[in-house]
Design a protein around this ligand. Structure first.
Ligand code: ADP
Ligand code: ZN
Length: 209
């Protein structure tokens, strides 16, 4: 199964993608995680991406498209994958069409007024990239990942100014993908529930499970 997770920053795409990984054993491909990895490693890609990421803008399409094409050509993607954070522009979606056939696009629908609070409270694991939230989904021990014991940190781009810019970027450049994929008949809307498992229930229904 080849799945795209679509939705604004803070919708919980990554969290739901991680649950799908556990259930179906498919690899999760998060462009945000790949870029943050490149940044931490100080690679050429990381250096090019840094300024865009820290100001809430999208990294140029050509960089992202080649990153994804390389990643999905690896053997672990043969049986399917979950794309989390890609595509984010019509140009990226068109490149994806030319690369591989996607089965379903899960559009995570969420009230915009909750997004800001979620993004500001988000904490990410340095070890395994698991996502927590100091109010919604706190770790058992403050600052420590429940899954791997790694250190939790606040992303550099989860500050008010950058978050506002990322939400605008989503509305301008990414939201048009909803119509794009609806037109292809593969879009499924997923309502977010109050709790993570409730949303995951809706994800499974959308996938026909
Ligand atoms: P979120 O969905 O919470 O905004 P991500 O971790 O998916 O965060 O992405 C963080 C940043 O990485 C984005 O703001 C953007 O600068 C860059 N990025 C990630 N995916 C893409 C993409 N597909 N195209 C362009 N830039 C991207
Ligand atoms: Zn962890």
């Amino acid at each position: 199964m080849k799945i795209i997770m679509l939705g604004p920053p803070g919708a919980g795409k990554g969290t739901q993608a991680q649950l799908l990984v556990e259930k179906f054993g498919l690899p999760q491909i998060s462009t945000g995680d790949l870029l943050r990895g490149a940044l931490a490693d100080g690679t050429d890609l990381g250096n090019k991406a840094k300024g865009y990421m820290n100001s809430g803008q999208l990294v140029p399409d050509d960089l992202i498209i080649s990153l994804i094409q390389e990643r999905i050509s690896r053997p672990d993607c043969e049986g399917g994958y979950i794309l989390d954070g890609f595509p984010r522009t019509i140009e990226q979606a068109e490149a994806m069409e030319a690369t591989d056939k996607i089965d379903v696009v899960l559009n995570i629908v969420v009230d915009t007024d909750v997004l800001m609070g979620r993004l500001m409270g988000r904490r990410t694991c340095r070890g395994c990239n698991a996502v927590f939230n100091i109010t919604g989904r706190p770790p058992k021990v403050e600052g420590v990942c429940d899954l791997c014991g790694g250190e939790l940190y606040q992303r550099e781009d989860d500050n008010e100014e950058t978050v506002t810019k990322r939400l605008d970027t989503y509305n301008d450049l990414t939201a048009p993908l909803i119509g794009f994929y609806r037109g292809k008949g593969i879009l499924k809307d997923v309502k977010t529930g109050k709790e993570i498992p409730e949303t995951f229930g809706n994800v499974l229904i959308a996938l026909g499970h």
